[in-house]
Design a protein around this ligand. Structure first.
Ligand SMILES: Cc1cc2nc3c(=O)[nH]c(=O)nc-3n(C[C@H](O)[C@H](O)[C@H](O)COP(=O)(O)OP(=O)(O)OC[C@H]3O[C@@H](n4cnc5c(N)ncnc54)[C@H](O)[C@@H]3O)c2cc1C
Length: 384
């Protein structure tokens, strides 16, 4: 895909690849086994400028955009799907959203910490009974005059057990449903907030996920992002950005599965020749290569449109849907090519096979992406 990238972008890509090989891979087996999250690694990523994309220089930004973020995310996900998440949880989720909708005070107070990796970020939308139907959330933020009082429960929140500050979406006016949702910048050390880790996950073991309970948590009045009632619009704007980061992660995992399958197919001998010589295996590999290249073009296109400030919601959902499904298929085909060795935890394919399923769920399931794509294609909703 080099024809799309300029020299600087190739350097950024190479730097992320090297970081993943040198900083993540050596400790990965142990970290996966012990479910270890390393805040020092987030800070290192911050130091390298991984989280400064789309952020003005005065808040720690580095002049890079979505395309550079996507290139770095892809390279890191190729080694560890867990470690692609901080790109969204530090930069594209909270930092870019506060930069778009926040006051100067909010930007000065929160963005530099997320960009440097000193403050572990998160965004909390999902609840036990509100997933795809975001507008049905029940967490309430009550205006108490001098502060907001948060009550409710968030579920499946990445970084909840280790987070510092992040975005929480809650109802400020339940009667108005979607139009009564607001967004708050919340410090998880606030009294009245309890977080617990979900330890029963299938994969993404180095990316903590958890539950957040708000029990009369006092949130400073000035921590509302935008105006009361603007939360759902802010949430959808944010998800349209984080989706491209998720798509980039899927691209990385799909690429890793493809590379591993090709290498193994060339090395593994059966019936007196490498299994890559068999046409049925060649068919599997050809489809992986084809879908990976198509996914790459779609993901880079969506990121490029964002950098140009052009409509991109359709292209973002197409990229997220296609890259996620292609990656799941690539992991599945790679498992088959590896035979019984794919079933072994000593080979990396089983990790990708488990972790890759997350891409079909997070930032809107594959069905939700289809609803967005068909909605825009049929003219039910605008392509923002
Ligand atoms: C590892 C992981 C990390 C996560 N991190 C975060 C995070 O950081 N922050 C956060 O807020 N959330 C997070 N989530 C939650 C995730 O965003 C939700 O799980 C997702 O939005 C889907 O919601 P749900 O699981 O409740 O599924 P549901 O909405 O209950 O959907 C169940 C099934 O029904 C389908 N469905 C639902 N509605 C429709 C419809 N209208 N048309 C067709 N099909 C439909 C879905 O596609 C799905 O197949 C995370 C989840 C995981 C697994």
């Amino acid at each position: 895909m080099d024809f799309i990238l300029n020299e600087e972008q190739r350097i950024v890509q190479e730097q992320a690849r090297r970081f993943a090989e040198q900083e993540i891979r050596p400790a990965m087996q142990e970290d996966e086994k012990k479910h270890t999250f390393r805040p020092d690694l987030v800070r290192k990523m911050g130091e390298l400028g991984f989280f400064g994309c789309c952020i003005p220089e005065e808040y720690g930004g580095n002049g890079m955009g979505f395309l550079e973020s996507v290139l770095m995310t892809e390279q890191v996900a190729k080694v560890s799907p867990s470690w692609r998440l901080p790109f969204n949880l530090q930069n594209i989720g909270p930092a870019v959203t506060v930069d778009q909708f926040g006051t100067t005070e909010q930007k000065e107070k929160f963005i530099p910490g997320w960009v440097s990796g000193e403050q572990i970020g998160f965004f909390a939308i999902t609840e036990p009974n509100a997933g795809s139907d975001v507008a049905s959330m029940k967490t309430v933020a009550k205006d108490m005059g001098d502060h907001w009082e948060l009550n409710g429960q968030k579920m499946w929140i990445s970084n909840a057990p280790v987070g510092n500050a992040g975005l929480v979406y809650a109802c400020t006016d339940r009667e108005k449903k979607g139009k009564g949702i607001s967004c708050f910048i919340v410090d998880l050390s606030t009294p009245g907030i309890i977080t617990t880790a979900i330890e029963t996950k299938l994969g993404l073991h180095c990316s903590p996920t958890g539950e957040i309970i708000f029990d009369g948590a006092k949130i400073p009045k000035e921590n509302i992002l935008g105006k009361p009632g603007e939360g759902l619009a802010i949430c959808m704007w944010m998800l349209n950005n984080t989706r491209v980061g998720c798509a980039a992660g899927a691209l990385g995992v799909g690429g890793a599965c493809m590379d591993l399958a090709i290498k193994y197919a060339n090395e593994r001998t059966q019936f007196g020749q490498p299994v890559s010589k068999f046409q049925l295996v060649q068919g599997q590999i050809a489809e992986m290569v084809m879908e990976h290249q198509a996914a790459q073009l779609l993901v880079y296109q969506a990121a490029g449109l964002k950098d140009l400030g052009l409509p991109n919601q359709l292209q973002t959902s197409v990229a997220k849907l296609f890259a996620s499904e292609a990656a799941v298929k690539a992991a599945n085909e790679a498992m088959k090519i590896f035979g019984s060795y794919g079933f072994s935890t000593e080979y990396p394919i089983e990790l990708f096979y488990r972790d890759v399923k997350s891409f079909q769920i997070v930032e809107g399931t594959s069905n939700v992406q289809k609803l967005i794509i068909s909605g825009i294609a049929c003219g039910f909703q605008p392509n923002r």
